[in-house]
Design a protein around this ligand. Structure first.
Ligand code: AHM
Length: 336
């Protein structure tokens, strides 16, 4: 029989990784499998979004005061459902929910992980068929096993993540995840319904040519950030520009491109919103973990993102993230 040895599914890959740790329990592998299952279900609905009457607002408003789209609700329910019915997750914090969810049953109380997630990021792009994504961060709980998880499990700094990842629903669907050992990307093969290893050992190029920022807010950024952005458009010694501006408005797609090709993504604070728009626990921490494992950097302008001690679930943070040398240039030019 002719076996194609080049094709490695996500499950096969995580099992191979597991074999290298004889004492590992396999809980993280199962958790990743659960997340991939939910991602496949969400992918089916995202692909149908233009065909069925699933577009538009549900009519409610989420905890950040934004309109909730139907697909957001669907994605939230899918991820919550698989995590609750799996055996690896004790509870979930979701961008879509006011409070964290505790899966208070015997199996879940004995699970060692909790998950933070943004089930459908970039939802403003759903109606116009532009890439959207899911983001997740996995933490080992700090509360006592055998009991329901607690708030302190959900308010850990990002450096405590054991894994983080994202799914990009784009021209193809990709599941990318990082552990401290590395970042690997899997592309969904629709013919077999499996994520297969397509981007092994992703390294973020130390420099790149893309900068991603909402230029519409330019005059609301502080002077240092404006100076850096100006430099991105010029050929200067400091920035090595001009760079190419790329901003989709879906953080998953913007950071994914910069992770693969090299670049910098910024969502700075503005005069109206000094902490910017992005959420520390659901968006910034998972990406900071992934990008740092891949060799890049992430800061809020003052501190490393992964060192920030969260004080509330839905806390927002300015975010600068990307290729190492571009981040160093940013800090030098903007004097963050
Ligand atoms: P969402 O919570 O509505 O999905 O918004 C999050 C998105 C990010 O993916 C993206 O980077 C950012 O919002 C874009 O915001 P803006 O339109 O202010 O530039």
């Amino acid at each position: 029989m002719n076996v194609n040895r080049k094709v490695l599914t996500l499950d096969e890959f995580t099992l191979q990784q597991l074999r290298q740790f004889p004492t590992a329990t396999g809980e993280l592998s199962r958790l990743l499998r659960d997340l991939a299952l939910a991602a496949k279900r969400v992918n089916v609905e995202v692909n149908k979004a233009g065909l069925v009457d699933i577009l538009g607002d549900v009519g409610s408003v989420n905890v950040q005061g934004e309109d909730v789209k139907k697909l957001d609700v669907f994605a939230n329910n899918q991820f919550l459902g698989v995590l609750q019915h799996g055996i690896s997750c004790a509870g979930v914090g979701s961008e879509e929910l006011d409070e964290f969810v505790v899966f208070d049953d015997e199996l879940s109380n004995n699970s060692k992980y909790i998950v933070h997630m943004d089930p459908l990021d970039g939802s403003g792009n759903i109606d116009v068929n532009v890439s959207i994504g899911t983001i997740f961060g996995v933490y080992r709980r700090v509360s006592e096993l055998g009991k329901p998880c607690t708030k302190e499990d959900f308010l850990q700094p990002g450096k405590n993540q054991v894994a983080a990842g994202y799914v990009v629903y784009g021209s193809s669907t990709m599941f990318v995840y990082a552990t401290r050992r590395g970042v690997n990307g899997f592309t969904l093969d629709p013919s077999i319904g499996e994520f297969t290893l397509s981007h092994p050992e992703i390294q973020c190029p130390p420099t790149g040519k893309f900068y991603s920022v909402n230029h519409g807010n330019f005059f609301q950024y502080n002077e240092g950030v404006r100076k850096y952005i100006d430099g991105c458009q010029k050929k200067t010694k400091e920035t090595g520009g001009p760079y190419t501006q790329r901003y989709i408005g879906s953080m998953v797609a913007d950071v994914h491109r910069n992770l693969i090709k090299g670049g910098i993504f910024m969502y700075p604070g503005t005069t109206d919103k000094p902490n910017g728009k992005l959420r520390l626990l659901y968006e910034a921490n998972p990406f900071a973990f992934i990008v740092e494992v891949a060799g890049g950097l992430a800061t809020n302008g003052a501190d490393r993102i992964l060192d920030i001690q969260p004080t509330e679930l839905h806390q927002r943070t300015p975010l600068f993230i990307g290729s190492k040398n571009m981040m160093i240039e940013l800090e030098e030019v903007a004097k963050l």
